[in-house]
Structures are given as structure tokens and as C-alpha cells.
Design a protein around this ligand. Sequence first.
Ligand SMILES: [Fe+2]
Ligand SMILES: [Fe+2]
Length: 409
Amino acid sequence: MGKVQSKADKEILRINKLLKITEKITHLKDIEALLDRILIEARKFTSADGGTIYLVDNKKLRFRYVQNDSLFKAGRHSNKHLYVDHSVPIDQKSIVGYVYKTGKTLIIDDAYNIDKSVPYTCNHRFDETASYKTKSLLTIPLRTSRGRIVGVLQLINAQDKKGNIVIFSPNDIIYVEHFANNAAIAVERAKMTRAMVLRMMKVAELRDPKETGPHVNRVGSYSIEIYHQWAHNKGQSVDKIKQFKDNFRIAAMMHDMGKVAISDTILKKPAKLTSKEYEIMKTHVVMGARLFNDPTSDWDEMAAEISLNHHEKWDGTGYPGKIDDIFKEPIEFHPGKKGEEIPITARIVALSDVYDALISKRSYKDAWDEKQVLDYIKEQSGHHFDPEIVEVFFDIYDVIAAIRDTYKD
Ligand SMILES: [Fe+2]
Ligand SMILES: [Fe+2]
């Protein structure tokens, strides 16, 4: 191709780019990972500085995700803002409400100069609290092929090559709308996956009342945030980290699924287990590994790994130890795995799970107070827990606390 590109060439390049980014989002399973990717790609495509996705939840538009380059310039990795809950009523008074209600894309060139005759106004509260100046806005409904609107995608402040804020190009709209349709389908599917996982957990919860929905949601979130910081410290690329997190959250949520194979008399026994009962209880880690035995799926492999290893301890005093054949009967335990023999996923889940169990109230025990829990975790660094993971846990403790606030019992 010569130096001068014809209009048609440019269009072909754009369509090609669009196909590629659509492909990138369609294989993501985890809803959070997906929303993150949708925003990254939509912002890249339109050169937008910021963006937010609102999803319909409980008759409101819940603001589920925000990315803003100017505000979140990389310092320490913190995803605290992801766990801030914010929602907008579904009516035409706000821009996102209007777009949701009418199903029409809206382009605004200047958020501080909106025509008085329209039903919506721009809420400047975000600008005021964040000292940010929103100017151009592109707000698009996330509509599935069956016409259902699952949420709204809003892109903020288009930029030219020099970083000046400009208006969104009407040429972009048709492409971004197409992308939004695909995104909507992926969102619907990821929501269904999450619902299926939670339903599976509900079944497990019937058997073991300790493994509640909020508990597994918290363990999943703590685990991916700890992983993110840990991998970031090791110099891993953001793309790789995000790909890993897509599998990791759901796999971490399943850590105790193997308990469905343990009898009620043991799981629900109100008194201390006898040593024989405890030995049976311990088999839940192997039962879980059997449940997820599908080597063709990365996700299953990770879920099996976590299930098998989440009761191993850094100093080698955990269980089940090295097992060559998970299907061998009877199940035999061996000396515990030590240190880095334990997969990183399981080292992280071990800490997330114990922390959450101690700090939450459960039917058979009161919650420990926070200081007691944190002292215990420090004390167990190098014994039960990987010292590096303990360190990361304290580094991002503000995020951990925000997660607890989001998924209350
Ligand atoms: Fe367990
Ligand atoms: Fe648990």
C-alpha cells in the first residue's frame, strides 16, 4: 500500500481493528475482566481519556466500572475505586438514564453547555469531587441482538494526537455501536456464568452453611487483587495479569466445592469432629480436584489446583501433600507440600479464605476483631502463609477492606 491511504483503505483498516477487538472480548468469562476489557478497547478505538460502564441491576443503573487515564495514572496498583458502589435511577433526567430509556446513542460536544430544551442534565458531581473536567461525551446503549439493553457505555473526553480534548467523531459512532452490540452479548453471557457459579455455590451452601455467596465473592475478589499486586511486583505485564485474573476469580470462588461429597453428619456436626471424621473432612480437597478434572480447559485446571492445595501450609504442615493419582481409592495423605511447591493460586486463596473466615461472624462463632485477625496473619507469616503474600495483603489492605464493604453478609 502506498503512503497515501484512500478513504476505503482507512475504512478497511478500521473494520479490521474492530473485528480484532471484538474477538478479544468474546472469550472472557469473568464479568469484571470483561467490563475492564470493553472499556479499554472502546477507549482506545475512540481515543477517549475516560469511560464508565453502567449495568442494569435491581431497577437501577449501577456504575460498575470506571477507567480514567488522567485520574488513575499508575502509581501503586490500587483497584479500590472498583469496589465503590454507585447507582443512578433509571429516568431521563441523567444522560445515561436517557440513553438507557430511549435506546439512542447520544453525542455531547460540551458537557457544560447542554441545550436547555432536552430532558437530561449533566451531573458535575464527579468533576467536582475528582477535580476533573468532562467536556465531550459519547454515551451508547449496550444492546444485545435480541434488543435487550443490559447497560450503558459512556466514553469521556476524546483526544486528538496531541492530547487536546476534542469532540467525538460522528464517523466513530457506527463502529462503536457495532462493538457495543457485541459487548452487550458478552456481558449477558458473563452475567449468566457468574449466576451459574453462584447457583452452584448455593448448592454447596446447602451442604456446608459456612460457604456462603458473600464469602466466596469476597474470597474471589481478595484473591485476584492480591494476585494483581504480587504479579505487578514481579514485573509481569498488565495484559498477562488480566488474562490470569479472568480465570482466577471464578476458580478461587470454587475452593470448597469438594465439600458436596462430604456427608451432612460431618459437615453439619455442631460439635468438634472426631479424628476419624476430620480425616474424612480432609478428603474434600481431593473430591474438588476430581470435580474439575478437565485438562482441556485452563479454567478447570486452575479450579482443580486450588481445590487440591488450599489447605497446604507454607511450612509444610498442611494437607493433602503430593498426590500422584487423584482418583486412587482410598485417598491417602502425604507429608504436606512446602513453600513454592504449593501453587501461587492456592497460597493466595489460603490467606483470603482464612482471613475471611476469621473476620466474619458465622453461626458457630463470633467475628474476631480486626486487630486480632491482622495480628494472627502476621504471626502466621512463614508458618501457614507465604510471607510474600502476607506482605502484599497488607500493602493493599485498603482494597481488601473495600471488598468487604461491597460483599456484606
Ligand atoms: Fe477447604
Ligand atoms: Fe471458604
